[in-house]
Design a protein around this ligand. Sequence first.
Ligand code: NAD
Ligand code: LMR
Length: 333
Amino acid sequence: MAKDPVRVLVTGAAGQIGYALVPMIARGVMLGPDQPIILHMLDIPPAAEALNGVKMELVDAAFPLLKGVVATTDVVEACKGVNIAIMVGGFPRKEGMERKDVMSKNVSIYKSQASALEEHAAKDLKVLVVANPANTNALILKEFAPSIPEKNITCLTRLDHNRALGQIAERLGAQVSSVKNVIIWGNHSSTQYPDVSHAVVATEHGEEPVTKLVGDDAWLRGDFISTVQQRGAAIIKARKLSSALSAASSACDHIRDWVLGTPKGTWVSMGVYSDGSYDVPPGLIYSYPVTCENGNWSIVQGLSVDDFSRKKLVATADELTEEKAMAYSCISS
Ligand code: NAD
Ligand code: LMR
């Protein structure tokens, strides 16, 4: 029997991530090849004509799974009955800007959209915040939508996770699909900590540690970390636009694993509400290693954290604490 359609909201759908993301969703990349979709697309009035153009293209592409499209600049209409919300809408970082620079513009958007989601979305709503500062936007959304369970609000660090997999695969000349269990800790920013202490590569001898196969601690603790931390900025420098196809693809990975589950023995990185695990202050949206089952994520517990890693976990938590305070001052001013 055919499944009921799932309503997926994409905010900022006329933007460049939106343009890459909506066809992926409509093709089943996010929720699987047998899951019908009704797409809700929200943007602001100056982008209404472009948004209508995206809608026309979705019709023209004749996606078999796409059962309906709502394209609107009305946040209430956009949020009505949605089961999944991918929050991409906001102002992107331009060359030379830090995420903090976009904070004041974006947190107020997340405060107002929190209320619309709380009032009009489906009860099983799952939220993924992509727009920067992603962790802090997600936190603001959580705080201003108190009836949405905190476990249902997450932010995207899967792109950083995938970047780390890509860097290791390139270094080893291995298939990216053979590398797993890297971790992104903390903020989706240049303080994030890409950690390979527990990562492995599938080889003809079984699973072997990345640290052993790379055999170069100086690279793993130096250029590898800074390359992943700075990858977003490097793409902005090269494209004069922030990453879009990789962000869209990683957003699909995030939701797919959350809804359909992570493969056995594999974890992924998600920005989730901190419960104090790994001595991270509670009350932040912090990227952790997680596994997912039956539509729920859980933080992988019990991983060893050495002194080098501990300092990095603390530094990125400190930045998030500072961002949280700054976000509140932007909202109240
Ligand atoms: P973009 O400027 O191309 O698109 C953003 C869209 O949001 C625009 O169409 C804009 O009109 C719309 N928008 C603005 N205010 C809105 C509102 N209140 N409601 C609905 N829509 C609104 O930007 P982009 O390149 O698509 O990037 C979007 C966001 O994603 C940026 O904040 C960017 O920094 C962030 N980003 C995050 C990651 C990540 O890994 N977390 C990766 C790449 C980009
Ligand atoms: C990325 O990681 O590519 C983006 O978050 C960069 C940015 O600041 O838009």
